[in-house]
Design a protein around this ligand. Structure first.
Ligand code: CMP
Length: 139
């Protein structure tokens, strides 16, 4: 059975509470990206062009302090989209073959403008990640 974009988005905790129509609109705006194990998706210092929701596989985020694995339902690449001139904060590569739904900057802006609850949840995750990278989390 092939999983649709909507199926993949339904597993994203950030989107809990969104109606099927909203998920369908996000899936419509997103493009599917499939990469083999080992491929780099995000390089630190580059401008952010989009963010990625993982549908299948595992990605590794290499920050200055740590390596963090992300899997289905999780996302990356949001930080560099939250400010117009922000740059990527970490390297992200596929640990296994990876299938993602990618949202470009314009679609990301549309998503947060129309869904303040998604924007609030994104800010929470983003702050947690920045705190972890700065060594000010309590783990
Ligand atoms: P961005 O800075 O656009 O590109 C690199 C991405 O790695 C970043 O967005 C986050 O999505 C992700 N990232 C950075 N730090 C962490 C972390 N500590 N835990 C999980 N993901 C992270």
């Amino acid at each position: 059975m092939t999983e649709t974009g909507v199926d993949a988005l339904r597993r994203v905790p950030l989107f809990v509470g969104l109606a099927d129509d909203d998920l369908a609109a996000i899936a419509q705006a997103a493009s599917e990206v499939e990469v083999p194990a080992g491929q780099l998706l995000v390089q630190p210092g580059q401008a952010g062009t989009g963010m990625f929701f993982i549908a299948e596989g595992t990605a590794v985020v290499e920050t200055k302090r740590d390596h963090v694995e992300l899997g289905p339902g999780q996302f990356f690449g949001e930080l560099a989209l939250m400010k117009p001139d922000a740059i990527r904060t970490a390297r992200v590569r596929a640990k296994t073959p990876l299938r993602c739904l990618a949202l470009d900057r314009a679609s990301f802006r549309g998503l947060v403008a129309t869904h303040p609850e998604v924007a609030a949840a994104l800010i929470e995750v983003a702050l947690g990640r920045l705190a972890e990278n700065a060594g000010i989390d309590d783990d």
